[in-house]
Design a binder for this molecule. Structure first.
Ligand SMILES: Nc1ncnc2c1ncn2[C@@H]1O[C@H](COP(=O)(O)OP(=O)(O)OP(=O)(O)O)[C@@H](O)[C@H]1O
Ligand SMILES: [Mg+2]
Length: 1095
């Protein structure tokens, strides 16, 4: 059985191996057959366009989607055939937008279209898809950008930053939230990193409440620039964060354009604030009652739920780490601004300005923790220093209103800065040791306003666009730098790239002493009547003739018409923008009268005291102007960004109506232009459209060349060279660098990609086949290993058993031999076993050879020690057999046997004919009833004849033989001659019976001689003498009275005479009277042989 199993297993093994080898050989040969030169493939498949890619497209890897380019465009603008064409660029955006593919790359820059609808692409599984996957391996996504940045941070340990820019409403803030979400979901968690993650996430709603507002372009427009650092430890877990804020649009606090709102927090507080809170802040639940809130005539926004947002913000403030007191102070400050807005002024008859709404002022003063009268005085008067003397000058109505608004803006602006600082304190990683180690790395997120061009552009747009110029400069510089570095690293000659260098515009704005900001500051600071228009004139004087600066006066013809008299035009990299100089000076000064500052510095409100410092009053130095502050902070930002590895995201909004699915080409073109996307593309495409590491390239396309499939064994560069040669690339189409292949034209890549697509089913089939083969092969090996394990186990078990048995056997044999040697010694430890064994085996022998029949006298020979036991057992066995036998005996047979036993007792060993009589059964009677005369029966009456036999009676004297019948009844034996009863001998009178020891049939019945009725003893002879005598002896109860004589029998004749019968051996059987008067019976051997007679 075991052998059979082994043979079967071996056969299976060979069959499997054979099948596997066949599969592999078939795969290889099939693949070889399937190779065709690429040109031929092209002809066969024409412009192969795979329309397999449907809405599931974001799941596809980048190059795969190339095949669906007719429908969904290219995933990377670098692959655009006509990369200089704006129309082609926009068409690609449109195609992808139509298919809900909102992300597209320009190399490593991610371009995003705001879908204005929820797409199912930000789920947890999606995050998992992008986790740890290379940029080019998967469809463009913000998660890919986030993941790539994170991996670069971890592997290269270099700080990273992601620059998100775009127009208002293009989706910058949403994008930065998605990135934060991605990091919080995918980064490892450490002790306190869970709370940091939460704080980072929750800082967004707080900042949005205080820094975002509904504008015409966006219901949740960020009115400040934000740069957020996320700090990661060496294991990649977020451990802290830091936020830098830029240029909050403070003017919104006091004024909103039609259709716009103030910052969300005001409306949230009024809508969602609890009754007691509003009461304490002396506020009413109606935004219409507050001047600062309804200027835009848009208190409610359908897409914004202020009540819910209030709850979110309230919770977020706690999560971020604001104490209840701090929250209270924060809300008091917010409320104070509303009360300030409602503070009204009036003029008396002397033209002096005074406050007409005392209650409002009091509320504002108490919430700000300042003295009401002092505040009132500071709002209506101004302290001026002339020739070293301080003088109080009253403000006119307009000035008072401006002072009030300036205070409101300052309070809100400084509160916002305080808020950001507080958040920073909460996000800061507490362990300073850690930083000294420099083991923490940083990813910076820049969510900053994009290029803005409105009908009327003012100081804010100027700053914002200046910021974008700087970012563009940084972008171009870094892109070119990285391009150049890459070329150098790959050993490819650098070809100079023509691009628009916007340094000239940056210089125009920021250059010391000559730039616009310097001129503006100069105008702000100079004594005399400086105004916005003098500022314009100054610019005309200083900058006239600059290629990128135009004013109404400087321009001529057509352009002059397009530029207003109060406007100047800058020719930005992204286009021309007209700025109206109105308000430039005021906004740049951002002045708060010294006496107002003084009042605020005395505030008992802790928050305010942290916002207004006493040094400000004593410090005679003028504070930096807004533009200079902005310039300095931008310079700092540039430094920060330069120290990091940048990644870029450009956001585009598809329409102004916030509508999903609508692609407004004019608007998109405008943004493409202002974001400088074509410029970026041109820089990236200056050399080669596509580059890929050898390994990745070979891995993807190796199936297109028989030499590289299924794997290339040599150098990767040689493999790629072989592959491109096989694909028929022309020398001008590509270059091989040190680690990458550079492909100049997208067309080359598309043809390769199409060939791959055509090849794919074949490869898939081969891979499937091989995989199945391998799987079965592996399965077989698993089974084989299992079989071998089981076999070896089983063999081990068997071997151990066998060894055990052998050991036992040898022990047994040893003790057996020892026992045998000592068998005659008294029982001891050494012979115990042998003796027991002998006994046991004898008993077992008996058990096996027990006699089955009573007559079977065989019995195993016992060992000497068991003689006695053996005898007992033998007897027991015999007794049991006899008992069993006896139980089966029938009454007749019992009777027969009893008679036989009696016969045995009487005749055994004493009468020659006895042995012959043993096998003959005794019969019931030898005479049939009809053979007995009726008269005799009548004579016998009730004495029934039990046995009858024909006998020969010899006379007592002459010994003449006479035939007679001998009947045995229950009480007597009767000799009958036909109808006469010749002699009756009662059993009680029967003295005995004599028979000879020979084989004759003679017997003598002895009767008492004194009995008169008897004539003497009866000499009889019959054929069945043993049967007859036995029956008679039994019936007459004369068993012990049967006498067996050897030579002669004496018998009594009447009257006291004695007769003798002599028994001798003679020539023939005869009974005659001898000369001595004896009856001589010769007994012959012949007679002996006649067995039927005389027995
Ligand atoms: N990926 C997106 N998926 C769905 N909707 C989006 C997505 N990005 C932006 N939006 C929609 O566009 C609106 C404006 O986005 P967001 O506030 O991010 O713009 P923004 O660029 O930050 O504008 P601003 O410069 O005014 O702050 C969001 O409120 C949201 O409704
Ligand atoms: Mg925003």
């Amino acid at each position: 059985m075991y052998v059979c199993v082994c043979v079967c297993v071996c056969v299976c093994v060979y069959i499997y191996i054979y099948i596997y080898i066949c599969i592999v050989l078939c795969s290889v040969s099939a693949l070889r057959r399937s190779y065709k030169p690429i040109n031929k493939m092209q002809r066969e498949h024409g412009t192969f366009c795979c329309l397999l890619f449907s809405s599931s497209l974001p799941l596809l890897v980048m190059e795969s989607a190339l095949t669906a380019r007719d429908r969904v465009g290219v995933q990377d603008f670098l692959l655009l055939e006509n990369y200089t064409s704006e129309a082609a660029f926009i068409e690609n955006l449109r195609r992808r937008f139509r298919e809900n593919l909102i992300y597209t790359y320009i190399g490593s820059v991610l371009v995003s279209m705001n879908p204005y609808k929820e797409l199912e692409i930000y789920s947890k599984p999606q995050m998992e898809r992008y986790r740890g996957v290379n940029f080019y391996e998967i469809s463009p996504h913000i998660f890919a950008l986030a993941d790539n940045t994170y991996r670069a941070l971890r592997t290269e340990r270099r700080d990273q930053c992601i620059l998100i820019s775009g127009e208002s409403g293009a989706g910058k803030t949403e994008a930065s939230k998605k990135i934060l979400l991605y990091y919080s979901a995918t980064c490892p968690v450490r002790e306190n990193s869970a709370s940091i993650k939460e704080k980072l996430l929750q800082s967004t709603p707080v900042l949005e409440a205080f820094g975002n507002a509904k504008t015409l372009r966006n219901d949740n427009s960020s009115r400040f620039g934000k740069y957020m650092d996320i700090q990661f430890d060496y294991e990649g877990a977020p451990i802290g964060g830091h936020i830098l804020n830029y240029l909050l649009e403070k003017s919104r606090v006091v004024h909103q354009n039609h259709g716009e709102r103030n910052f969300h927090i005001f409306y949230q507080l009024l809508e969602g604030g609890e009754e007691h809170l509003l009461k304490r802040l002396a506020l009413e639940r109606n935004a219409q009652h507050y001047h600062y809130l309804f200027k835009g005539n848009c208190v409610r926004v359908s897409s914004v739920n202020d009540r819910n947002d209030w709850k979110v913000v309230r919770k977020a403030l706690t999560v971020v780490g604001f104490s209840e007191e701090e929250i209270t102070e924060l809300l008091e400050t917010v409320a104070s601004v509303l009360h300030m807005g409602n503070t009204q002024f009036g003029e008396d008859e002397f033209g002096e300005t005074h406050i007409t709404s005392d209650a409002q002022l009091k509320s504002a003063a108490s919430l700000l923790g300042v003295d009401g009268a002092e505040l009132s005085q500071a709002l209506t008067h101004r302290k001026i220093t002339a020739k070293g003397e301080e003088m109080i000058s009253p403000l006119n109505l307009e000035q008072a209103l401006a002072a009030r608004d300036a205070l409101a803006k300052a309070v809100y602006g400084r509160m916002f800065t305080w808020l950001v600082e507080k958040i920073n304190q909460s996000l800061a990683f507490k362990n300073d040791m850690y930083y000294s180690d420099k083991s923490a790395s940083v990813i910076g997120l820049l969510d900053i306003y994009g290029f803005e061009v409105f009908q009327h552009n003012s100081f804010e747009q100027f700053c914002i666009n200046y910021c974008n110029e700087k970012l563009q400069q940084l972008f171009i510089e870094l892109t070119l730098k990285s391009e150049q570095e890459e070329y150098e690293a790959e050993g490819i000659a650098w070809e100079p790239v023509n691009y628009f260098n916007n340094k000239i515009i940056c210089d125009l704005i920021e250059e010391k002493h000559k730039g616009i900001i310097s001129i503006l500051d100069e105008e702000c600071l100079r004594p005399g009547d400086a105004s916005d228009l003098t500022f314009l004139e100054k610019m005309e004087d200083s900058l006239g003739g600059h290629a990128h600066f135009v004013t109404h006066k400087l321009a001529n013809g057509k352009i002059r018409k397009a530029v207003g008299r109060e406007e100047f035009r800058l020719l930005h990299y992204a286009g021309e923008v007209n700025y109206n100089v109105h308000g430039f000076l005021d906004k740049n000064n951002d002045l708060l009268y010294r006496n107002l500052k003084k009042v605020m510095c005395q505030s008992s409100n802790r928050l305010m005291s942290q916002c207004f410092h006493r040094e400000e009053i004593t410090d005679q130095k003028r504070p930096e102007t807004a533009a200079t502050q902005f310039k300095l902070s931008l310079a700092k930002l540039m430094e920060i960004l330069m120290s990091k590895e940048p990644s870029y995201m450009r956001c585009i909004k598809p329409n102004d109506g916030k509508q999903p699915g609508r692609f407004d080409e004019v608007l998109v073109r405008h943004q493409v232009k202002y974001l400088g996307l074509l410029e970026s593309l041109r820089v990236r495409r200056a050399g080669f459209a596509y580059r890929r590491h050898y390994q990745a390239f070979l891995q993807r396309y190796k199936s297109l060349c028989p030499e590289t499939w299924p794997s290339w064994q040599g150098q990767l560069s040689d493999g790629v060279a072989t592959l491109v040669k096989h694909l028929g690339y022309k020398p001008e189409e590509y270059k091989l660098g040190r680690s990458k292949i550079f492909i100049r034209f997208p067309k080359t890549l598309f043809i390769t990609e199409d060939a791959l697509e055509a090849q794919r089913p074949t490869v898939a089939t081969i891979l499937q086949t091989s995989w199945r083969g391998y799987r079965e092969w592996a399965k077989y090996h698993r089974i084989r290993r299992a079989v071998i394990t089981i076999q070896s186990w089983w063999r081990g078990v068997k071997g151990r058993r066998k060894a055990r048995r052998r050991r036992q056997a040898s022990d047994t044999i040893r003790s057996f031999i020892k026992g045998f040697i000592l068998r005659h010694e008294p029982r001891c430890h050494s012979n115990n076993f042998f003796l027991d064994h002998v006994r046991f085996s004898f008993l077992m022998t008996i058990k096996r050879n027990l006699p089955k029949k009573v007559l079977d006298k065989s019995w195993p020979k016992p060992p000497p020690s068991l003689m006695e036991a053996s005898e007992h057992l033998r007897r027991l066995r015999m007794r049991n057999m006899v008992r069993a036998y006896v139980r089966t005996i029938q009454p007749e047979w019992k009777n027969q046997l009893e008679h036989k036993v009696v016969a045995s007792e009487i005749f055994k060993n004493v009468k020659d004919s006895y042995p012959l009589s043993v096998p003959k059964l005794f019969v019931g009677t030898r005479l049939d009833p009809e053979e007995i005369n009726l008269k005799v029966l009548q004579t016998l009456g009730n004495d029934k004849v039990k046995y009858g036999i024909a006998v020969t009676k010899y006379d007592r004297h002459g010994f003449r033989p006479r035939p007679r019948q001998l009947l045995l009844t229950s009480s007597a034996t009767v000799l009958v001659q036909e109808s006469k009863v010749k002699q009756r001998i009662e059993y009680s009178t029967l003295l005995g019976i004599s028979v000879s020891s020979l084989s004759d049939g003679f017997f003598v019945l002895h009767v008492p001689t004194a009995d008169r009725k008897q004539k003497g003893d009866l000499v009889l002879q019959c054929d069945h003498v043993i049967e007859t005598v036995t029956k008679l002896a039994v019936m007459a109860d004369k068993i012990h009275s049967v006498n067996v004589s050897e030579d002669s029998i004496k018998f009594a004749v009447a009257r006291g005479k004695v007769g003798v019968i002599d028994f001798t051996y003679g020539a023939e059987l005869r009974a005659v009277k001898s000369k001595g008067g004896h009856l001589s019976v010769d007994h012959t051997f012949l007679f002996l042989n006649n067995r039927d007679m005389h027995i």
